[in-house]
Design a protein around this ligand. Structure first.
Ligand SMILES: O=P(O)(O)O[C@@H]1[C@@H](OP(=O)(O)O)[C@H](OP(=O)(O)O)[C@H](O)[C@H](OP(=O)(O)O)[C@H]1OP(=O)(O)O
Ligand SMILES: Nc1ncnc2c1ncn2[C@@H]1O[C@H](COP(=O)(O)OP(=O)(O)OP(=O)(O)O)[C@@H](O)[C@H]1O
Length: 462
């Protein structure tokens, strides 16, 4: 760690973790999340690999850019009711070593190649719970389903391929050992707008959750990668009201489809005010000259034996979270090959994407904010926004509705038909950090590795 800075300069406030009751919640590739059960808040701390450069000031800049991007750009694109702000904190220096030691026993081995090394991060609400002002009256269980839906909308050039990006990547995951079985889930089903395909997508996630589905009861993980379908059956038996002969997986899928396709109004946003400085005006028009000039993915990509994915889809109901995600994903109209070639043809962008500096890799965010209107954004900027949305997670939190109090009516409801039980629900999109400019190159490399894994799988004796 080098370059001493004053965290207050970035708006960070001091936070003494050891004075709080905290618990490991989980982690992805970039951050570790710790819940604070007494406050129903969560802190999210960036982690680093041994080769990462740790310029303190650079990391603070990157974190404050992340917060700006989420609270201005993402909030406008996905809707204020689905995006919640966070703020910066800094921890006493000796807490990082303490945390690394304490976390060692709960962290999965596959994630331990990165660890905490920086005394700062974010604090935000814990979205595994319905906001306290509403939920505490009911005193019953909060069940939160986390879905990482991945890419369900493709630019025209990539919609002609045999398989979607998620299904192609399964071959690579099988080869590098990050999964032992091919996922049965396909994001195209989830984004199809077709009830039966959406239910099928969710049931596929129940069978092969990988890193795309987790379930928390009152903030505790009860289902996810490494759990069996019997574990899920048990969770649902305890949570949902029994009705003779009903299929609990079908009932949970129906609740989720209702929540994902329900129009949610802004007035459900009880915690924040929406900024109005940046607005989303839909997907840009496709300019075929750009595709001709910069190219697109080879239509043979990838050489796989897999059954084709179904790119057909119906319109999603306006105002629902899936519609917002689909619109945001469709901001990328040209695909990674054209965007990569554009990046390489601009010296300034090449330099920015090659720098090791964490903050210059996300400097483009300031450019986006200056433009104030999505129709003025470049294909590279649109690609990067779309990349964030393709990788974000949804936290869908349910709590059984016990009365029709004023507070509870501020949240939408879904109904479990067989038991006639109503649940209030709240959906929050998390992990909305801007992707670094360098991810465009990483995506090209990832595609080459996928192609290679598919070729090897096709040649392997069955
Ligand atoms: O490239 P993808 O689609 O495989 O997505 C990566 C994710 O892989 P997976 O969802 O398992 O396929 C990957 O997830 P895992 O580490 O595999 O859980 C990360 O989310 C990664 O984002 P970042 O580098 O941490 O910002 C993701 O990288 P980005 O594509 O978002 O840059
Ligand atoms: N505000 C929140 N409320 C509740 N849980 C959260 C919140 N933010 C993150 N989490 C939990 O912590 C986990 C890790 O956080 P996050 O997805 O942000 O990590 P990441 O490393 O940035 O992910 P990725 O691998 O996609 O880059 C999430 O999968 C989710 O379970």
């Amino acid at each position: 760690m080098s370059g001493s800075v004053c965290p207050e300069h970035f708006g960070a406030v001091t936070f003494e973790l050891r004075k709080h009751n905290w618990k490991y919640r989980g982690e992805g590739n970039a951050n570790i999340a710790l819940s604070l059960p007494d406050e129903r808040q969560l802190i999210r701390l960036p982690k680093f690999g041994s080769n990462d450069t740790l310029e303190e000031v650079e990391i603070w800049r990157r974190l404050s850019t992340n917060i700006l991007f989420i609270s201005v750009v993402m909030k406008q694109i996905l809707g204020p009711m689905f995006v919640s702000p966070s703020s910066l904190i800094y921890l006493p220096h000796n807490e990082i070593e303490y945390l690394n030691q304490e976390l060692d026993v709960v962290r999965p081995d596959s994630r331990k190649h990165k660890k905490l090394a920086f005394c700062g991060g974010e604090i935000c609400d814990d979205h595994a719970f319905i906001p306290k002002v509403i939920s505490e009256k009911f005193g019953n269980q909060s069940v939160c389903i986390e879905l990482k839906l991945k890419q369900g909308i493709f630019p025209p050039a990539e919609s002609q391929l045999k398989n979607c990006a998620f299904c192609c990547k399964q071959e690579l995951k099988l080869r590098d050992g990050s999964c032992s079985e091919r996922s049965k889930y396909c994001p195209l089903d989830m984004f199809s707008g077709h009830q039966e395909r959406m239910i099928y997508a969710l049931k596929s996630l129940f069978l092969t959750p990988q890193n795309n589905l987790r379930i928390f009861c009152d903030g505790n993980l009860v289902f996810g990668d490494g759990y069996s379908i019997e574990d899920l059956q048990l969770v649902l038996t305890q949570w949902m009201h029994c009705t003779a002969g009903s299929d609990l997986f079908e009932r949970l899928s129906c609740l989720l489809v209702q929540a994902l396709t329900k129009k949610v109004n802004n007035n459900c946003d009880i915690t924040t005010n929406s900024p109005t400085s940046w607005f989303h005006d839909g997907a840009p028009r496709l300019d075929s000259r750009i595709t001709e000039q910069y190219g697109s993915i080879n239509e043979d990509f990838p050489l796989s034996n897999k059954k084709p994915c179904d790119f057909e889809r119906e319109t999603l109901p306006e105002g629902c979270i899936l519609h917002h995600l689909a619109q945001a994903q469709s901001l990328d109209q040209y695909g990674v090959v054209a965007v990569y070639n554009m990046l390489m043809s601009d010296q300034h962008s090449v330099i920015a994407s090659e720098t090791k500096s964490a903050s210059s890799n996300t400097d483009y965010v300031h450019g986006i904010m200056k433009k104030r209107c999505s129709s003025q954004l470049s294909p590279i900027e649109l690609y990067l926004i779309s990349a964030t949305v393709r990788d974000c997670s949804l936290l869908i939190c349910f709590q059984e509705l016990k009365d029709q109090s004023f507070e509870s009516l501020r949240l939408p409801t879904v109904e479990d038909e067989p038991s006639k039980t109503k649940y209030i629900f709240k959906i929050t999109a998390v992990d909305l950090d801007p992707k670094p400019l360098s991810c465009i190159k990483s995506h090209m490399k990832r595609n080459a590795m996928i192609q290679d894994a598919c070729i090897k799988a096709a040649l392997a004796p069955s």
